[in-house]
Design a protein around this ligand. Sequence first.
Ligand SMILES: C[S@@+](CC[C@H](N)C(=O)[O-])C[C@H]1O[C@@H](n2cnc3c(N)ncnc32)[C@H](O)[C@@H]1O
Length: 201
Amino acid sequence: MTFRDKPFSQACENNKAPIFALLAPVLQDKTHLLEIGSGTGQHAAWFAPQLPHLIWQTSDLSENHAGILRWLEAYPSTNLRAPIELNVAQTGWPDATIDAVYTANTAHIMAWQEVQAMFQLVSSNLSANGIFCLYGPMKYAGEHSSESNRIFDLRLREGFAHRGIRDFHEINQLALDGDLILLDDHAMPANNRLLIWQKST
Ligand SMILES: C[S@@+](CC[C@H](N)C(=O)[O-])C[C@H]1O[C@@H](n2cnc3c(N)ncnc32)[C@H](O)[C@@H]1O
């Protein structure tokens, strides 16, 4: 695989297999997945061909669309859709029935109000029994789970005071407020978590 002329995230290369191992089983009976904050497009390009039974809809702020498209052009898959503009605080839900949402490494980049908006958007639009999967670092009871996460959090906030590693309980409260029931909180490599909720009927 060549990464020339495409945006590249080493973290995506490192985390894609462990994430996919946990994502695939919960997506077995899903048909239409929306990815929020597709970033480089690497996850979509690698996951979608392995999930041929569902449509994988990429999305992000428009500034990232060209890069995502380059990954999709290099690794085309019939079930992979070009990015749509989706800013969780500003844009509406796509005109489609979505029964799965995936987002990676977005909650610590978004402002807290945007994280709240993302949960409101997902909980109001996800189908009954739909799945919401969120990957990234988390604090527990206000404490970082590792020294590397503490340093990462400090760096995130330098010049971007609205960013920061979120607390699991505050995130899960947003989910509960939207009738999203926690199914799993998986420990992942490099001190990350994969949280999986299901929309109640
Ligand atoms: C650190 S990147 C993660 C990208 C990719 N998911 C990954 O795991 O590498 C954060 C992503 O969140 C997106 N993002 C930030 N604010 C957003 C918002 N308000 N609505 C939607 N996406 C947003 C950024 O454009 C960026 O693609």
